[in-house]
Design a protein around this ligand. Structure first.
Ligand code: SF4
Length: 259
């Protein structure tokens, strides 16, 4: 499907609207192969381990969750090493690519173990949709401002008064309120339930963030941004935004605007 007609997502919107629309163009229109980064495999493997734990009704042992992280991370890193064996070409902040691959293996195992302990102390119930789907990595597809938007929500929990709380699992430090607002709007629209608060589980800190209030986040607010982003892509409008973040950009090797 051409990029003009693709279903949108929060990731696409943030890349286009907040990071750099030229990066969006290079990745999604030109099809530039991104440079690998251990942080991305760390995040994916952590999500897989925590998802399996939550789907098991928190019956998986800590040891099994940690092992799942280690297996997934090793698999993803090894696959990426076949594509890019030179670890000096891997993106890494403050480390060599090789150092970063190794340290995240151990860091991710510690974080997976800690998650299991933390959940034992914070045993809020996972929300189940009216169609009996468990609120873990829940897929949604909704229309917002005339634009089809889809995504997966990491975790939905039963909150105070029976409302639903959105939770996003983070291994990095980039937190984005708009992501939580979109998820809240999607869940309200699809299931006609109250969603008033959200938070992030911060693997770096081993705890959830303070709750973010979402009761004033409306569908119109969210829809307006998706409509503007969709129109920009359809116009072929991809302004570059060279900045400090170019050093974390995985297509910078193909960019003339790089800072
Ligand atoms: S290197 Fe910088 S300007 Fe170029 S695409 Fe990446 S973020 Fe945008």
């Amino acid at each position: 499907m051409s990029v003009e007609n693709q279903i949108r997502s929060v990731t696409q919107l943030l890349q286009y609207d907040e990071q750099c629309a030229w990066r969006y163009y290079l990745q999604r229109v030109e099809g530039v192969t991104p440079r690998p980064a251990a942080w991305s495999h760390h995040g994916t493997a952590f999500h897989s381990a925590v998802e399996a734990y939550e789907r098991s009704g928190r019956t998986m042992t800590e040891e099994a969750v940690v092992q799942l992280f280690a297996d997934q991370y090793s698999l993803l890193v090894n696959e990426a090493l076949v594509e890019e064996p030179d670890t000096d070409r891997w993106l890494a902040a403050g480390y060599t690519g090789g150092e970063d691959i190794e340290r995240r293996y151990f860091l991710g195992m510690v974080q997976a173990a800690h998650y299991v302990k933390w959940r034992g102390e914070h045993p809020a119930k996972t929300w189940v949709t009216p169609d009996d789907e468990t609120g873990v990595e829940l897929y949604f597809e909704v229309e917002l401002g005339g634009v089809a938007v889809r995504g997966y929500i990491d975790h939905l929990l039963v909150d105070e008064g029976g409302s639903v709380r959105v939770r996003d699992w983070k291994t990095g430090s980039m937190k984005n309120r708009f992501q939580l607002q979109t998820y809240a709007v999607a869940i309200r629209k699809l299931y006609d339930v109250e969603v008033n608060r959200a938070d992030w589980y911060l693997a770096k800190d081993g705890r959830s963030s303070r709750p973010v209030k979402l009761d004033e986040s409306t569908e119109d607010m969210v829809a307006e941004r998706f409509a503007a982003m969709d129109a920009g892509v359809k116009r072929g409008d991809f302004p570059a935004n060279p900045s400090y973040s170019c050093r974390f950009c995985d297509v910078s090797h193909a960019c003339f605007f790089k800072k």
